[in-house]
Design a protein around this ligand. Structure first.
Ligand SMILES: Cc1ncc(COP(=O)(O)O)c(C=O)c1O
Length: 341
């Protein structure tokens, strides 16, 4: 039994999802003729309380389009220093939007209104780039899936807008956050100008992300999707997987969180583990003791067919997901106990 905890992107479509894909009604979406894509886009826009939504191949693309439609060249994007849009999107913000980033420390990746306020530039000063977007990540992948409450986002959003800034959300694991906060997806729309959600992470679809946005920027977002090479043809097969994921796989995210907490507990008793970040959702990040390297620990896990990834100089990351069940959890806990150096 192979246990793959490298990411929640490793899931394979279930029988039910495959059936939904096989029976999807499709058309050429570049001609605007794919009914399944349209259904997914309408569903996401209304779920998120936004006017419009566009289906894209990846979360990187939805983030990049979101930033692009909300900035002009020479602008500045305010975000957490470990945010995905900055660290893991290949320099896309610089290349695609010709924008700089203002990197904030945050508290476990969450920005506060005070920190944002202290980093908005003076638009009258030609020396300074124009601060034009605050980009939040929820949950924060670099910080073991920490999450925001909507009430804290509301304060940031109201402040940002009072200064003329736009709001983007990287919600790759948006529903993991809602699972813990109980906030409603539909209430998010009013606080953001663009929201990216991923269908291919905890929700278990094989491919796909959606960018929800305001009506006035939708044409630009669709143009940018085309320019970035994200216009897809009979994409309804994939959209059907996304619809299935939204209908069936949100409620079960709590199981992933419970299993992640059990992994955290097992690691906290292991003498080869130095420290563990608090586990809030489905991501576990821990560091190994000084005399051990992550590579050595990964090799030991791998001897038992458990896959994880290095996530820093001394860190390892485990992510729970749809294809990680209780049997696998039991095995992993057992192996964590057994490992010694
Ligand atoms: C927080 C976050 N945002 C965006 C992405 C990008 O998603 P994709 O891999 O579909 O480009 C990821 C991927 O892991 C992510 O963790």
């Amino acid at each position: 039994m192979i246990v793959d905890l490298r990411s929640d992107t490793v899931t394979k479509p279930t029988k039910g999802m495959l059936e939904a894909m096989m029976t999807a009604e499709v058309g050429d979406d570049v001609f605007g003729e794919d009914p399944s894509v349209k259904e997914l886009e309408h569903k996401c826009a209304s779920m998120l309380g936004m006017d419009a939504a566009i289906f894209c191949p990846s979360g990187t693309m939805t983030n990049q389009i979101g930033i692009k439609i909300l900035t002009q060249p020479y602008d500045e994007v305010i975000c957490y220093k470990g945010s995905h849009i900055y660290k893991y999107e290949g320099g896309g913000v610089a290349g695609n939007s010709l924008a700089s980033v203002r990197l904030l420390d945050g508290s476990r990746g969450r920005l506060s209104v005070e920190e944002v306020g202290a980093n908005v530039n003076n638009t009258q000063d030609v020396h300074q780039p124009v601060s034009s977007v605050v980009s939040l990540e929820n949950t924060v992948v670099r910080e073991a899936g920490s999450f925001y409450y909507l009430k804290d986002i509301a304060v940031i959003s109201e402040f940002a807008r009072s200064k003329g800034l736009n709001m983007h959300l990287d919600g790759a694991r948006f529903f993991n956050a809602l699972t813990e906060t109980g906030d409603k997806a539909v209430d998010y729309g009013k606080y953001f100008d663009s929201i990216s959600i991923c269908l291919s992470k905890g929700l278990g679809a094989p491919v796909g992300s959606v960018l929800a946005c305001k009506r006035e920027v939708e044409p630009k977002a669709r143009r940018m999707r085309k320019a970035f090479g994200g216009g897809m043809r009979q994409a309804g097969f994939l959209a059907a997987a996304g619809i299935y994921a939204l209908n069936n796989n949100i409620a079960r995210l709590k199981d992933d969180h419970v299993r992640a907490a059990k992994l955290e507990k097992a690691l906290s008793n292991a003498n080869w583990v130095k420290s563990i970040m608090p586990v809030d959702t489905n991501i576990v990040i821990f560091s190994v003791i000084d005399k051990v390297t992550p590579e050595q620990a990964l090799a030991k896990l791998s001897e038992h067919d458990i896959k994880a990834i290095k996530f820093g100089a001394q860190e390892i990351r485990l992510v729970t997901h749809l294809d990680f069940d209780d049997r696998m959890l039991e095995k992993t806990v057992d192996v964590i106990k057994k490992i010694s150096f």
